[in-house]
Design a protein around this ligand. Structure first.
Ligand SMILES: [Zn+2]
Length: 76
């Protein structure tokens, strides 16, 4: 039955795709800021992480990690 064969192939391809996405998310488990621009390569889109500051009255500092080149920088 050719229809059944096509169906099973589709499911396998979908499963592979889903697996790849899960692995990628585990590698970089940070939110993506689409408006952040990398100062090194100029790529728009970077992962960010809130830095822990000791002083409670200090504003929250964000660390960015470029989604393209992996450059890290800090937002003041
Ligand atoms: Zn970059």
């Amino acid at each position: 039955m050719p229809i059944k064969k096509n169906e099973s192939k589709k499911i396998i391809e979908k499963g592979k795709k889903r697996e790849l996405i899960v692995v990628k998310k585990e590698e970089i488990n940070l939110p993506l800021d689409k408006n952040a621009i990398c100062p090194k390569c100029g790529n728009q889109g970077a992962y960010w992480e809130a830095a822990q500051t000791r002083a409670a009255d200090e504003p929250e500092t964000k660390f960015y990690i470029c989604a393209k080149c992996g450059h890290r920088w800090r937002e003041y």
